[in-house]
Design a protein around this ligand. Structure first.
Ligand SMILES: CC(C)(COP(=O)(O)OP(=O)(O)OC[C@H]1O[C@@H](n2cnc3c(N)ncnc32)[C@H](O)[C@@H]1OP(=O)(O)O)[C@@H](O)C(=O)NCCC(=O)NCCS
Length: 188
């Protein structure tokens, strides 16, 4: 398998959400969540200044001109409000072993309504069915109950807890590692 074998697999649509490429006019919606310290508490980035968000968005728009690419970042649009409420990433982290990983962040006003689970669910389906991945994993800070709540709701298996594997601004963090295989996803 090479990156060239991967078809363009987005946009993706669910009942409430559209997972799509970023647009210049998404700036305000991105800044609204990326500037929130609660959203970035367990992330390697943020809280973003407008200048940083501008640079991130410019980088995303530039990335989008290249295909194929190993890492795909998509905006998550709430269809009823026609605005971005967050973003999601799928990376083909190990092509030879057909392994991918994913991550996400959402505006605080939209938490606990099932959006993160809904978006990740369609993303994993595409990763297995359209990209042909064999295994998908996700890692998160052990303190980030919201994140592993989403991952467990998706039916992923906790495979390990790594001790002080990641250096964040508040020090070394422990991480849970979750994974799911294609055959497990198909057999749910
Ligand atoms: C983590 C995050 C993505 C969850 O998004 P969400 O849209 O609220 O998640 P969902 O509504 O799909 O929640 C799914 C399940 O996760 C669990 N969960 C979600 N947020 C939770 C929280 N704050 N505390 C405890 N459990 C939580 C619940 O079990 C929930 O199911 P329920 O609402 O039926 O009880 C969101 O809080 C966020 O953007 N956080 C900041 C960024 C971040 O930490 N990203 C992950 C980095 S690894």
């Amino acid at each position: 398998m090479t990156l060239d074998d991967i078809p363009r697999w987005f946009p993706l649509e669910t009942e409430r959400l559209l997972l799509r490429e970023f647009r210049p006019e998404d700036f305000d919606d991105i800044q609204a969540y990326a500037s929130d310290h609660e959203v970035s508490r367990y992330m390697e980035w943020g809280p973003n200044t407008p200048e940083i968000t501008r640079k991130v968005l410019d980088d995303r728009l530039m990335d989008q001109t290249v295909w194929p690419r190993a890492n795909v970042n998509l905006g998550v649009e709430l269809k009823s409000e026609e605005r971005l409420i967050g973003s999601i990433r799928l990376g083909v982290s190990d092509l030879a072993n057909r392994t991918g990983d994913f991550g996400y962040a959402y505006h605080r006003n939209y938490w606990r309504r099932g959006y993160a689970t809904e978006a990740a669910h369609i993303l994993l389906g595409a990763a297995f069915e359209k990209l042909g991945l064999h295994r998908i994993y996700a890692t998160c800070d052990v303190r980030n109950a919201g994140s592993w709540g989403v991952i467990e709701k998706l039916g992923m298996r906790r495979e390990a807890t790594l001790i002080e594997d990641t250096l964040r601004r508040d020090g070394w963090r422990d991480s849970h590692v979750y994974a799911v295989l294609e055959r497990e996803w198909a057999g749910r």
